[in-house]
Design a protein around this ligand. Structure first.
Ligand SMILES: Cc1ncc(COP(=O)(O)O)c(C=O)c1O
Length: 398
């Protein structure tokens, strides 16, 4: 063991601890659900991304068990060598059908989709224009590329247009221009104006890449995502998403054309150089998409719960920000207050996490409550009652 390295790492950890920036995750002692056992205590879950309650759905579990019986526990290889099973192909065909695109590519996670596809698409001489609040996996993907990076102000179409005009007025025009945006922004829950972005992209001959991690299963017809929400089918080049949130499993997806898919699977290092997901995950992911294609009941329930929860918090006088989705900030502004609120809520049987710097600006701390279709009215009412009690204790409401 290298003592010098360990001492330096310890100093850094101590410094993070002093700033209240250390992660000490609590442990689930059962399945992720609307009510579950966390650190041995029954709690109403208000911070999972399991929007539709699919993580513990009987159809997904059945599909996973059957796949293990037929195909085993692992895939045995990376996708390009011997790790592509017919299950992976079926899932990619189904994603394309669900998203109304020609084809799709399945990665091991949303993170590896962004960090593999973006550097593959963007080379020296290209320019990428990225929203300032895009997810860390996009930021890391762009860091791995040799393209010039430009950042536009959050959801600001005037700033995006100015950047596009600046680029096209250059004597040496960029080879490719790619606009990259989150679909739903994960900290605030607001939706990117994708219709405006696509219009600008078409006018300036740019391509578009949207990360729909929080829009999949939430927005659009049967949860098809942001492209369906804005009726932009066929006009977005890369529709990226994840299975780790509303779809209840694990994996990243990019819905796109056949040529784009072939390019990505030949060039993304995060697809080529890592073992593929095992049969259980892939079969459960297929079951999740099939379930959504059959019925929009869960998506509708998610929105009913979301509207009810937000309305009750507003009536109580909480500041819930500008969210347009089930992501519900409860603004405390002060980081210590957000942490205190989370601890007190846990004492009261509600698990909701604080979001503080560097995830948001220093003066924008909050509790982020995530609503799901699985919450019953009783569970939501219980959570609201406790939020009201703790909110009064901390002076957030009168
Ligand atoms: C906007 C966004 N993109 C990508 C990801 C990464 O997805 P995954 O969990 O599949 O790696 C997340 C998850 O936190 C996210 O919120």
């Amino acid at each position: 063991m290298n003592k010098k390295l360990e001492t330096e790492l310890k100093q850094e950890l101590d410094s993070l601890g002093q700033q209240s920036l250390l992660w000490n995750p609590r442990t689930l002692n059962g399945p992720s659900g609307a009510k579950t056992i966390i650190d041995g205590k029954e709690s109403v879950m208000l911070c999972s991304n399991n929007y539709l309650g699919l993580a513990n759905h009987r159809k997904l579990k059945k599909a996973a068990i059957e796949a293990i019986r037929k195909y085993g526990a692992g895939s045995g290889s990376v996708r390009p060598i011997a790790g592509t099973m017919d299950l992976h192909i079926r899932l990619e065909e189904l994603i394309a059908k669900f998203k109304h695109t020609d084809d799709s590519i399945y990665y091991n996670s949303g993170f590896t989709a962004n960090s593999g596809a973006l550097p593959a698409l963007l080379r020296e001489g290209d320019v990428v224009i990225s929203d300032e609040l895009n997810h860390g996996s996009i930021i890391d993907g762009l860091r791995l590329s040799k393209a010039e990076r430009m950042i536009y102000r959050h959801n600001d179409m005037n700033d995006l247009e100015a950047k596009l005009k600046e680029m096209t007025a250059r004597p040496q025009k960029p080879n490719r221009i790619l606009i990259v945006t989150d679909g739903v922004f994960s900290m605030d829950g607001d939706i990117a104006p994708l219709d405006g972005i696509v219009e600008l992209a078409e006018r300036h001959d740019a391509a578009t890449y949207v990360d729909d991690a929080h829009g999949d299963g939430v927005l659009g017809e049967n949860g098809r995502g942001i492209v369906s929400h804005f009726k932009l089918e066929g006009r977005v080049d890369f529709e990226m998403g994840t299975f780790s949130k509303a779809f209840g499993t694990m994996g990243g997806l990019i819905a796109t054309s056949k040529t784009n898919k072939q390019y990505l699977l030949n060039k993304s290092r995060t697809w080529l150089l890592t073992g593929s997901h095992g049969p259980a995950t892939v079969a459960a992911s297929i079951a999740a998409i099939e379930l959504l294609m059959e019925s929009d009941t869960l998506v509708r329930k998610l929105w009913r719960n979301t509207k009810y929860f937000k309305k009750r918090l507003k009536e109580l006088g909480f500041d819930t920000g500008n969210s347009q989705t089930p992501i519900t900030p409860i603004m405390t502004y002060d980081a210590a207050k957000a942490r205190q609120m989370s601890v007190r809520l846990f004492d009261e049987g509600v698990y909701a996490l604080p979001i503080v710097f560097p995830m948001v600006a220093k003066d924008k701390a909050r509790i982020r409550a995530m609503i799901t279709a699985e919450h019953s009215k009783e569970e939501l009412d219980f959570a609201i009652l406790k939020i009201e009690k703790v909110g009064r204790e901390l002076g957030l409401i009168k």
